[in-house]
Design a protein around this ligand. Structure first.
Ligand code: SF4
Length: 169
């Protein structure tokens, strides 16, 4: 390491910002996603993304097994009609502000099962979705890109704006 570089680096003694930006910065770098997989996308895409090779921990993202402690619901898989009200209930149990990613063709639109009697043609029919990540299943790089888009959204949005969006929806 070049010690000269460190010595010459100018670090400001004082920075000014507002509370919302600091809160958003903390939120975006500590997204806890709910451990919740409902079909093959959860195994092939989400578990691969969270494991050591791609390592979501480096984004400050860890999974929680409780909706009450989660900021992000990643819907990874086919949502069938029987499961739909459970998905909605888990979403309702998450505290605001909360975000949703629809991962894979099934969660986005029903995928290969679209139009079948037992499948919901897109999870956005039951809960609001922030980011859609296509693929069958999506590659881990694609999932990470989607998560970075969620982080951008978190950094941009304030809690107030988020709640207003919910009231309008
Ligand atoms: S999109 Fe493909 S991999 Fe994902 S749940 Fe549907 S069928 Fe399985």
């Amino acid at each position: 390491m070049d010690l000269n570089l460190l010595e010459n680096e100018k670090i400001p003694g004082v920075i000014t910002t507002n509370l919302q930006q600091i809160v958003n910065w903390g939120r975006k770098n500590s997204v806890w996603y709910m451990l919740f997989g409902i079909a093959c996308c959860a195994i092939e895409g989400l578990m691969a993304t969270g494991a050591s090779r791609y390592d979501l921990d480096r984004f400050g993202m860890i999974f929680r097994a409780s909706p009450r402690q989660s900021d992000l619901m990643i819907v990874a898989g086919t949502v069938n009609e029987k499961m739909a009200d459970r998905v909605r209930r888990l979403y309702d149990q998450m505290a605001e502000p909360k975000w949703v990613m629809a991962m894979g063709a099934c969660a986005i639109s029903g995928g290969p099962y679209q139009g079948k009697y037992n499948v919901v043609d897109g999870v956005d029919r039951i809960i609001p979705v922030d980011v859609y990540v296509p693929g069958c299943p999506p590659r881990p790089e694609t999932v990470i890109y989607g998560l970075m888009k969620i982080q951008e959204k978190i950094a941009r949005d304030g809690l107030e704006k988020r709640l207003k969006e919910k009231v309008r929806a």
